[in-house]
Design a protein around this ligand. Structure first.
Ligand code: ADP
Ligand code: MG
Length: 326
């Protein structure tokens, strides 16, 4: 049973950045307006996320790390929305099978907070009362301590840190109403955004003034294939090897090879050779049109009317880029 759980967990959490993505989404689901991430050794020694969200009720602490425990499906109809956020109730459970996990949390209604530590999905002891503000601190230590093979497959701490920074950067841009901080333990923050900033502010802050100044907003709403798009594109070269694309579908950070190829083809047809563009795309589609059968680690998504939707997005962005002189 535990071995099976451990293997399943290792499939879901393949590197520190995967775990962090799940934890950030939990904080956002808990309506946090401040999220602070602290990392030691590329997230392998320590990955900590502190939020000022709703907190977890004391009575729920015993079960939050059991598989399929979620507070987010309350009605039968919610099942049809599963596609929006991948699998349910597996993130904390998975992390607790491959790391030392502690949760410190306080809700608005409780007079003090509680701290609980877990092993293999189970509480190690009764939650202990503690001081603290409303919100949750999730501390993940010694990730993959019980999976030496997995540890060997990981990149250097510096490279894992880069992936963590990438995830935080992208979520910070998309969720511009929430303040994000990322720092290495004991050091000043390397990334910091304000709450109630704009996406443009955060892109400028994180990806640089040259990109920030060149952003062109593109919007599209389509009743036929039932989707909405909000994008920020640029005509300037982004000097990363392959450019940068931030793609959110129904507010989840995902990959779509097909959409990426379509965007790249615009740039290679209409813009100077070797351009590496920066693009931010937020797509909202009917949740039932999203493919729910994709495994949670496969960030690659597919959706109904994919070709038609991508074609419409491509033509709209193309038009915007062609029509602008900046
Ligand atoms: P899911 O997000 O799919 O429900 P998780 O394993 O990620 O599953 O989390 C399990 C449950 O723990 C959530 O449903 C939520 O009730 C609670 N939870 C986790 N993180 C937080 C947080 N930062 N703030 C408040 N509640 C949280
Ligand atoms: Mg979750």
């Amino acid at each position: 049973e535990t071995v099976v759980n451990k293997i399943a967990a290792g499939e879901i959490i393949q590197k520190p950045a995967n775990a962090l993505k799940e934890l950030i989404e939990n904080s956002l689901d808990a309506k946090a307006s401040h999220i602070q991430v602290t990392v030691k050794s590329g997230g392998l020694k320590l990955l900590q996320i502190q939020d000022n969200g709703t907190g977890i009720r004391r009575e729920d602490l015993a079960i939050v790390c059991e598989r399929f425990t979620t507070s987010k499906l309350t009605k039968f109809e919610d099942l049809s929305n599963i596609g929006t956020f991948g699998f349910r109730g597996e993130a904390l459970a998975s992390i607790s099978h491959v790391a030392h996990l502690c949760i410190q949390t306080k809700t608005a209604n409780e007079t003090c907070g509680f701290k609980a530590c877990y092993e293999d999905g189970l509480l190690k002891g009764p939650p202990k009362p503690c001081a603290g503000n409303q919100g949750t601190i999730i501390t993940v230590e010694d990730l993959f301590y019980n999976m030496p093979q997995r540890l060997q497959c990981l990149k250097s701490p510096a490279e894992e840190m880069q992936k963590i920074c990438d995830v935080v950067s992208k979520y910070a841009v998309h969720n511009s109403g929430t303040a994000f901080t990322l720092k290495k333990y004991g050091e000043p923050p390397t990334l910091r955004t304000a709450d109630r900033s704009t996406r443009e502010d955060n892109i400028t802050n994180i990806y640089g003034l040259q990109i920030g100044r060149a952003l062109l907003p593109v919007e599209l709403e389509d009743d036929v294939h039932k989707f909405k798009m909000m994008a920020l594109v640029t005509k300037v070269d982004y000097s990363a090897k392959r450019g940068i694309m931030l793609l959110f579908i129904n507010h989840r950070l995902v990959d779509s090879t097909a959409l990426k190829a379509a965007i790249d083809s615009i740039y290679s047809t209409y813009l100077p050779k070797g351009m590496h563009p920066f693009t931010y795309i937020s797509l909202e589609i009917t949740p039932t049109h999203l493919d729910v059968n994709v495994h949670p680690t496969k960030h690659e998504v597919h959706f109904l009317y994919e070709d038609e939707i991508i074609d419409k997005i491509k033509r709209r962005i193309e038009l915007k880029l062609l029509g602008s002189n900046t």
